[in-house]
Each structure stands twice: as C-alpha cells, then as structure tokens.
Design a protein around this ligand. Structure first.
Ligand code: ADP
Length: 393
C-alpha cells in the first residue's frame, strides 16, 4: 500500500523536501527552498519530470517557504500520512526515530550545543512544519541514532572520563540514515537478514565516513564528536595531530574559532589540492598532471584504505565493503585506488564491473574469486526517513 511521507531536511537558509512513498521508495516530488533570509529566496520543485522555480518574498524565512511547499504539495492531490524530519544530533538520548512532542523538541534543543549549525535549523523546520501540517505525525530521524549501538571501547576518547560524564564528550557518528540504508540494501542483495549482515560501508560525499557494522549493528564509525574526525573530506581535514589547533593558533595568530573554520572549510581535498573540493574536478585536473590534485586524491584514498583496513579487526565474517555517496557511487578511480591497497590480501577488482557502476548503477565490483566482495550501492537517505516516519502513521 502506498504511504506518502513528506521528508524535510531544514538547514539554516534552506529546506530540502521530498514526497516519498515509504513502501516503494519512489520520490513523487523533490525540491529545495534556498537563499532563505536573502533577497532571492526561492523554491525549486521537480514534479513529473518538470522543474519549476517560484520566487518567495524578499528575506522570506522557513515559515513562508514551508507554507509555499505545503501549497505546492496540496495542489498535487497527494495526501501525506506523516512528516519525517532529518535531525542531525540526537545525543545519547535518541537510539531510534521518535514522534515529536514538546519533550523531544526540548531534547533536540539541548543537543544543539553539539551541533550548533544544524540542530537549531532542524528545530525551526519542525516547529514551522507543524503549523503547515498540524494533524499529521511529525517524526524526528536522527543522523546519530544508528551509532548508539557502538561499544564503549569505540565511542570513548582517551581523555579524562569526567569529560564524558560531565560534558557528554564522546564519539557520536553522523550519516546514520545513509549507513542504515546501505546495510538494509546490502542484506537484501545478499539474501540475508539484516541481523546476519556484516559490512564496512564508506559514505563518500562532501562529508565522508566509514562505518563498521557487525550482524546489523554499528560497532564503529569514523566521524566523532563532530563531523570533522576521520577521513579526508571535501573541505574538512579529518584526523590530524590533536595538538595542531594550538600550534596553528600560535603560528598564525588566529583565534580558536578561526582555526576551527580553517579545519572545516579550508582543508581536506580543497586544502591539499589548492584547487577544488570537488572530486570530479580533481580527477580531471589530475589527468592533466596537476600536482595538487594528484596528491589530494592519493591522500584521500590512502586514508580511506587505512580506515577500511582498521575496521577489518572489528568485522569478522565480513560480507562486503560497500561504497556510496557522490564519490563512492561515481568514482571508479577512487574505488580502484582504495581497493588497490588490499590486493596483497587477495581483494580482486573486476575492472569492467567497476567502470560500469557509475551514475546510479548498483552491484558488485569484485571478481567472483575475490575473498572479500565489494559493492556500489547508491544511497537513499530520504527513503529511510520516510520508512521510519511511516511507522507512526
Ligand atoms: P553531499 O555530501 O553534499 O550530499 P554528494 O554525495 O553529492 O555530496 O557528493 C559530492 C561529491 O561527489 C563531489 O566531490 C563530486 O565531485 C563527487 N562526484 C559526483 N560525481 C562524480 C563523478 N562522476 N566522478 C567523481 N566524483 C564525482
């Protein structure tokens, strides 16, 4: 039976929205309200193959955008059964999706200290969407919830324990809905139940993370207290020597906030290449011999391989290594370079299959006799949010 869910992802100046059938995953409509708070605030909608851009009033904010979005949805005749909200940080409180009431709103607010750029915007989205859809269940789906199964030895930092007790400083993980989708889809591709499936999934987009899942439960992940830890990302540095921020403050005469910005927005692929944060652009430049692009891609793949290799200690009876996200789904080069580090373990890529798996194609990319199977599975975070929200309809 069809169960249409409105899926919302509210940022500080944007609202990404979709109507997803929770049963089939089909997206009936997708759209984006952007430049909220600016002169050129607008909503762009894709529906039945047609794209339409609607101007909002000058400096329009979330309330006007959501009013317009609900008007657009109403015109289609679709009757949604629930609204699913992406919420970035659920702390330790939320281990799964929940129907939103005042206490949930308050808890999301309390977690805002750990995700100051995201949770307040997510909450604004929730409050305004409740006005637009007062009679539907509103459900919060947390990026962090999937990782609440991690054992203490994976989530505690080697810092004084009091920092965990008193300030909740620990590793949380992000991209949970994507890793959950990859787990469910891999299980179904391998004809196994989710709780029998063990994978290492690599979500490689502008943000990047690797997750180890044992028998359907996340046991480790590379993003930590914030989405800065772990892999090299588009503009984020990932792992560095923890003393560097202090050294950089002294050397550059910058304050803590400026150094934080440098690590989050001027580093990663962009920082190393001195060219771009965009993997595709770097691949093109590397082909032309651009030295910065070549070394940026090299570091990206080596760090990724180190994480995947590290997670092999946590994943006995590994069923598959799975690539997803814009880079994971499209870059046969990054997959080839990364998996090249495992050739001495026998991992054997099938070059044709690897080249085929681009632009939305799904399937295995390793040879039949490879001891570890590797897959490409395009992610679908909106579908996970729709499925979880529909449970409350
Ligand atoms: P976000 O994390 O913002 O959702 P995406 O998952 O869309 O980002 O991933 C964006 C990244 O995917 C960019 O680095 C982009 O260059 C890369 N990408 C997209 N298509 C290709 C391609 N054909 N080859 C290499 N990289 C690609």
């Amino acid at each position: 039976m069809k169960k249409d869910v409105v899926v919302l992802n509210c940022g500080s100046s944007s609202v990404k929205f979709a109507i997803i059938d929770a049963t089939s995953g089909e997206a009936q409509m997708t759209g984006l309200a952007e430049s909220l708070g600016n002169q050129d605030a607008s909503v762009t909608v894709k529906y039945k193959g047609e794209k339409q851009k609607i101007a909002l009033s000058e400096n329009a904010m979330h309330a006007e955008a959501l009013e317009e979005i609900s008007r657009i949805i109403a015109k289609t005749g679709v009757e949604p059964v629930a609204v699913g909200h992406r919420v970035v940080h659920g702390g330790e409180k939320f281990k799964q999706a929940v129907q939103i009431d005042e206490s949930v709103e308050q808890a999301i607010q309390e977690c805002a200290a750990m995700a100051p750029l995201h949770n307040p915007a997510n909450l604004t989205g929730i409050l305004t969407a409740k006005t637009a859809y007062p009679s539907l269940p509103h459900v919060a789906v947390f990026d962090t919830a999937f990782f609440q199964s991690m054992p203490q030895h994976a989530y505690l930092y080697a810092l004084p324990r009091a920092l965990y007790r008193d300030h909740a400083i620990r590793r949380y993980g992000f991209h949970g809905t994507s890793h959950k989708y990859i787990l469910d889809t891999t299980a179904s591709e391998l004809n196994k139940s989710v709780d029998e499936t063990t994978i290492i999934s690599a979500h490689l987009g502008n943000g990047c993370s690797v997750t180890a899942v044992v028998k359907g439960k996340a046991v480790d992940t590379s993003l930590g207290f914030t989405p800065l830890e772990g892999l090299v990302m588009g503009t984020r540095c990932g792992d560095i020597d923890p003393s560097l921020p202090t050294v950089l403050q002294q050397k550059l005469g910058k304050n803590a906030e400026e150094i934080n910005k440098l690590l989050n927005t001027e580093s990663g692929l962009l920082g190393i290449s001195e060219l771009s944060n965009d993997c595709r652009a770097l691949e093109e430049a590397a082909e032309q011999g651009h030295e910065g692009a070549i070394i940026a891609l090299e570091i990206f793949c080596y760090r990724l391989a180190k994480y995947i290799g590290g997670y092999m200690v946590a994943t006995p009876d590994l069923d598959a290594i799975v690539f997803t996200g814009g880079i994971g789904e499209n870059s046969s080069l990054i997959r080839e370079k990364t998996l090249g580090y495992f050739s001495h373990l026998g991992v054997k890529l099938d070059a044709d299959k690897n080249l085929d798996k681009r632009f939305g194609a799904q399937g295995e990319i390793t040879a039949a006799d490879s001891p570890i199977a590797c897959w490409v599975i395009p992610t679908n975070e909106e579908w996970v949010i729709a499925q979880q929200a529909a449970q409350f309809a």
